[in-house]
Write a protein that binds this ligand. Structure first.
Ligand code: NOJ
Length: 742
């Protein structure tokens, strides 16, 4: 038996070896035939003419450039018909090297899932992977080879509009989600007919842009970089991510696009990344604005030297690499290495065998109209909703409620539910594709329930003309649901806000409706943590619904009426006011920590604002209640080659079945560098029926105890640790400690 297993393993590894060797040999053979112009062409990526996700440069001769082998990839080119027509031009080129079609498939292709930050609130890795899988099935059927996702930037600043694209503030949660998304997009293996290449972005530290202003500079310590910002990139790489995108920001004065330390030393060096790096849109050329490159030629030199393989839209490579080679400022091996990395992926995708393998219109039609995808979007949408408040158990609503008033500017919207970074397919009728919140409510309630509607106000602006009508409608109802928030494009790229309060007069509308004395449930639609203090302090029930995508209305109705018990938890800390930003749970203690929100006795506090967040990281309620008990540690002292098992019992003590995310936090009490007051090191999402108890087990090993020490080595240090098990980062239910021995 052992012999058979060994032989099979040997054969398998030989097969894998010869497979990769074959591709490498093919790449080398092709490279030998390529002219310099064709090589540079492979490094050149253009936007299609139909749609843009950045400042456009118009080339009137794009088609002839493709025929001449001067273009390696296109982005924003959608659908089998259009991708086929561009690919045909590439097939007319001398060496018939297929084009790669890249697209921002960020949270779904046609079937649209919650915005990534919202989806992260599900803490449901299986669901997150499934959403990415479905996105890949649809995108690959529609001509796309490559998605510019996942975005794995850690973000601690909700002013930054791009928080909506990531997984929030925590490196542990962020790493697991990064892995789930990469596996979801790429499927079993590149080369599968429904696999798209993932592109992990933005390398690196973009989430720490100063002041939360998009494209802004980043200045951070090495320790912060390694401990907080890099782990999700490494996790995505370990999950097999095919490509990386660099980033618009400078990091400690060096633009990421020209940053050799990031791309050559860390990514391609220390981490051994074999795929290719694409620049962000125009970011090679933008190094001139940064004041890092004096002209486009210098920018090309800096980027290729630093390890940026493909130039998205700046044309600096196309215009300058040849001259740089002639002048012997760069070696041809630098260009060859970049070309080989790109060609390898084209081979792995099977494009040399069949350049049109993603261009089958029948397959496209079936994939884009699959009811299973719709069902998944509804389920994942409901899982992403976070119940922030539920005083007097206003929720779930009874399906027999006689009269429900649904009020607010987002109730009857369709496209808004898609959030930013939807794919915006041409010719889509959003009123057919999206289930509005009004439609979702109608689908849910029976004939005996009367539904009333008033818009009340717009999302922005100060017009209160609709208030009186809304108050009148509310007065006629047994319960009022309000849908407020941002516009879909108020969080996203280039959508930083200095004021993250719910915009316009929406909270004043909430106040006017609350004054009717009716029970009020508020739905908050957005892509980021918002500030809504009036609502949070006065209204009995709040659901944070983010942007849920095509099935938004049904997902929301499922939760409102208890068909789904909400189990989402916040992946970011919610501030009380903008002045608290950046605010995050895993901070240091300082030498003068405040004992509580009112302790101002020469402590680290604000004299005009509490220091605690409005809602903490990991927070989210349920219609049921969970009791935590029986924390047990398998030992109280461990050596660093040992492990400790931590178990706790969780019981559903309420009236509904439900899901709970049981969170494990650790604190290293003393170190050669100071350590955070707590760090998430494990979580389990469990489902419990009424009265049911489950035992949750975590294993603490040396990896979980290690950190970047005073010499920047990733190591643990002997000493005392706290183990905390909780329902959020602040709601710690069980606590113990142990000692790590020498
Ligand atoms: C710029 C964005 O930063 C990046 O994330 C995106 O993939 C590209 N534009 C392409 O749209």
């Amino acid at each position: 038996m052992k012999k058979i297993v060994t032989t099979t393993l040997l054969l398998a590894s030989f097969f894998a070896f010869s497979q990769s060797k074959t591709i490498d040999q093919k790449v080398d053979a092709l490279l030998k035939q390529m002219t310099l112009e064709e090589k540079i062409g492979q490094l050149n990526q253009y936007n299609d003419d139909s749609k843009a996700t950045g400042p456009i440069t118009v080339d009137n001769d794009k088609a002839s450039q493709i025929r001449n082998g001067q273009v390696g990839s296109l982005l924003n080119c959608l659908g089998t018909e259009r991708t086929r027509s561009w690919q045909k031009l590439a097939m007319e080129s001398r060496l018939k090297i297929p084009l790669l079609f890249g697209q921002d498939v960020i949270h779904g292709y046609k079937t649209t899932f919650p915005v990534p930050l919202g989806e992260a609130a599900s803490w449901d890795l299986e669901a997150i992977q499934k959403a990415a899988r479905i996105a890949a099935v649809e995108a690959s059927a529609s001509g796309i080879h490559w998605t510019f996702a996942p975005m794995v930037d850690i973000a601690r600043d909700p002013r930054w509009g791009r928080v909506m694209e990531g997984a929030g503030e925590d490196p542990y949660l962020g790493s697991l989600i990064a892995k789930a998304r990469v596996i979801g997009f790429q499927g079993e293996k590149l080369g599968g007919i429904d696999a798209v290449m993932a592109c992990v972005k933005h390398f690196a530290a973009y989430g720490a842009a100063v002041g939360g202003r998009d494209y802004n500079s980043v200045d951070m310590s090495e320790r912060m970089l390694w401990e907080i910002y890099l782990p999700p990139f490494k996790a995505a790489l370990d999950a097999g991510a095919a490509t990386f995108m660099n980033s618009f920001n400078d990091l400690n004065g060096i633009p990421a696009t020209g940053n050799k330390y990031l791309q050559r030393d860390i990514l391609k060096g220390k981490w051994g990344f074999k795929g290719f790096v694409v620049s962000d849109w125009g970011s090679i050329g933008e190094m001139q604005n940064h004041g890092y490159a004096k002209d486009g030629k210098e920018a090309a030199y800096l980027a290729i030297t630093a390890g940026s393989d493909m130039d998205m839209e700046s044309r600096c490579y196309k215009n300058n690499l040849e001259a740089l080679l002639k002048e012997k400022r760069i070696d041809i091996q630098l260009v060859d290495d970049a070309v080989k990395r790109i060609l390898r992926k084209k081979f792995e995708l099977g494009l040399f065998d069949d350049p049109y393998r993603f261009c089958n219109p029948e397959r496209e039609k079936a994939a884009l109209n699959n009811p299973e995808h719709t069902k998944a979007a509804r389920e994942i949408g409901a899982k992403s909703i976070v119940l922030l408040k539920n005083d007097s158990n206003v929720l779930p609503l009874s399906k027999d409620t006689k009269t429900i008033a649904f009020i607010g500017p987002l109730v009857k919207e369709y496209k808004q539910n898609m959030g930013f970074w939807d794919v915006d397919l041409p010719g889509v009728d959003y009123e057919k594709l999206v289930v509005s919140q009004w439609d979702g409510l109608q689908n849910k309630v029976g004939k005996n329930t009367k539904l009333l509607y008033a818009k009340g106000c717009e999302i922005e602006g100060d017009n209160k003309d609709g208030f009186a009508e809304a108050v009148k409608i509310a007065s006629q109802a047994d319960v009022v649901i309000m849908s407020i928030g941002e516009k879909r494009d108020m969080s996203g790229e280039a959508k930083s806000r200095s004021n993250i309060h719910v915009p316009g007069v929406q909270e004043e509308l909430v106040k006017a409706i609350q004054a009717t004395g009716k029970p009020v449930v508020v739905l908050i639609n957005t892509g980021r943590p918002l500030i809504f203090n009036y609502t949070a302090d006065n209204v009995p029930a709040i659901l944070y619904t983010w942007w849920l995508g095509t099935e938004a209305g049904n997902s929301i109705a499922d939760v409102l009426f208890g068909d789904v018990n909400p189990g989402g938890k916040l992946p970011m800390t919610f501030p009380r006011e903008v002045g608290q930003i950046p605010i995050y749970y895993n901070h240091f203690n300082t030498g003068r920590p405040a004992k509580n929100d009112t302790d101002l006795n020469y402590t680290s506090a604000y004299i005009d604002l509490s220091i605690s967040p409005k809602f903490p990281f990991g927070f989210g309620l349920s219609y049921t209640t969970f009791q935590y008990s029986d924390l047990k540690l398998s030992k109280k002292k461990m050596k660093n080659n040992e492990t400790i098992e931590v178990t706790a019992n969780i019981t559903n003590t309420g009236k509904y079945g439900g899901e709970e995310v049981v969170q494990l936090y650790l604190r290293d009490k003393f170190g050669s560098v100071v350590r955070p007051i707590k760090e998430l090191k494990g979580f389990e999402k469990i489902k419990l029926n009424v009265g049911e108890t489950k035992t949750v087990k975590f294993v603490i090993d040396n990896q979980k105890l290690s950190f970047y020490n005073d010499k920047l080595e990733f190591k643990s240090e002997p000493g005392d640790f706290d183990v905390m098990i909780g329902s959020s980062s602040e709601d710690i239910r069980l606590k113990e400690d142990f000692e790590l021995l020498n």
